[in-house]
Ligand binder design. Structure first.
Ligand code: TXA
Ligand code: MG
Length: 328
């Protein structure tokens, strides 16, 4: 049986944190909020606990996990080298939604890194995540708290709907403010390479360390094993449509297809179609995207039509997630 504990997002109650930290220390699974999405946490240095993460998610053992830290000191304990670029990026973006891939330290179980020589590390900014890792006193391995290849959860309810009793405790601090997953940056590549675009953009990273490669060619084999094309997907078939999407929506609706339509503010409605008006600011859009897709998915319609966001750097992470969601 899973337990759900409500917790204050800004000032987490110490008793709730102590309870959750004790579960982590005893090898159990705790779902917790981060500033991006909810994570499914376990003690990263406890191999049986890490195995439970893979089992709970139905995750292929070839897909490595991100290790979450409460400090830069803690990060340095799980990596073999800590280059100057890591120092500067951490100073600028941590705590926050940037994950760094570095050579792994032998103390990290091979399970965590899927047998690979590198480990992904990040210091989350959410007060609940920080307090939990601090209190557990150990690095916390945490993928997004959903069944493998499904949509990431941005609320505790999404976690329970996807994982149910496979998780021992869910800390419910309400919706995650960021709404999409962290940027994953491989610092072992030269020049460093973005393996997964996210809330921290390539330009922001370039400002700190110079040249950065963006891995954006769909279909090409990725260096990040988790980035299979079909990922972050709702069950309902999702399709990207040009413009505001209205032409495609009308076409489908006229032939009796039950459509949900994710489009922009101030778009005229189409009779009989569930319309979601999304903000034109990419950060505001990201914060709502998964919550809307979870909701529309639960409505069991035939199709979700999404108006394609602009082909601009600020929309890269959102376009990446939508493209994956569409590749069923
Ligand atoms: O925002 C986030 O990053 C969330 C929260 C919970 O922190 N976590 C998350 O974890 O999205 P997950 O497991 O759903 O995605 C981690 C991604 C996967 O694509 C995985 O393949 C990649 O990071 N990754 C992990 N370790 C890696 C490594 N050593 N080398 C390359 N890619 C790695
Ligand atoms: Mg995930």
């Amino acid at each position: 049986m899973h337990r759900l504990t409500k917790i204050n997002a800004e000032n987490p109650e110490p008793a709730a944190i102590a309870d959750a930290a004790e579960l982590i220390r005893s090898g159990r699974l705790v779902a917790f909020p981060t500033e991006t999405v909810y994570g499914l946490g376990a003690d990263a240095l406890n191999e049986p606990a890490v195995r439970r993460i893979f089992a709970a998610k139905g995750r292929p053992t070839t897909n490595p996990l991100i290790v979450h830290l409460a400090s830069i000191d803690m990060a340095q304990e799980v990596v073999a080298t800590w280059p100057d670029s890591a120092d500067r990026l951490a100073a600028r973006f941590w705590p926050g939604p940037l994950t760094l891939v570095l050579p792994k330290h032998p103390c990290v179980p091979d399970k965590v890194t899927a047998g690979g020589p590198t480990v992904a590390v990040r210091m989350p900014a959410h007060p609940v995540a920080r307090a939990l890792i601090q209190a557990a006193g150990t690095p916390v391995a945490a993928p997004s708290a959903n069944r493998s290849s499904a949509l990431s959860p941005t609320t505790a309810q999404h976690v329970i709907a996807s994982l149910g009793d496979a998780v021992d405790l869910v800390l419910d601090a309400g919706p995650c403010p960021g709404g999409i997953e962290s940027t994953v940056l491989d610092l072992t590549a030269d020049p460093p390479q973005i393996l997964r675009p996210g809330l921290i953009t390539a330009d922001q990273i370039r400002d700190v360390i110079g040249a950065v490669v963006v891995d954006r060619s769909p279909g090409e084999p990725s260096r990040s094993p988790g980035l299979l094309p079909r990922h972050y997907a709702p069950r309902t078939p999702l399709e990207l449509a040009p413009g505001d999407g209205s032409i495609r929506v009308r076409e489908l609706a006229e032939t009796g297809v039950r459509v949900a339509w994710l489009t922009w503010d101030h778009v005229p409605p189409v009779a009989g179609v569930e319309v979601v008006s999304m903000p034109r600011d990419p950060n505001a859009y990201a914060a709502r995207l998964y919550a809307e897709l979870h909701r529309l998915d639960a409505a069991n319609l035939d199709r979700i039509i999404v108006a394609e966001p602009p082909d601009e750097p600020a929309w890269l992470a959102i376009r990446d997630r939508l493209r994956r969601a569409a590749s069923n």
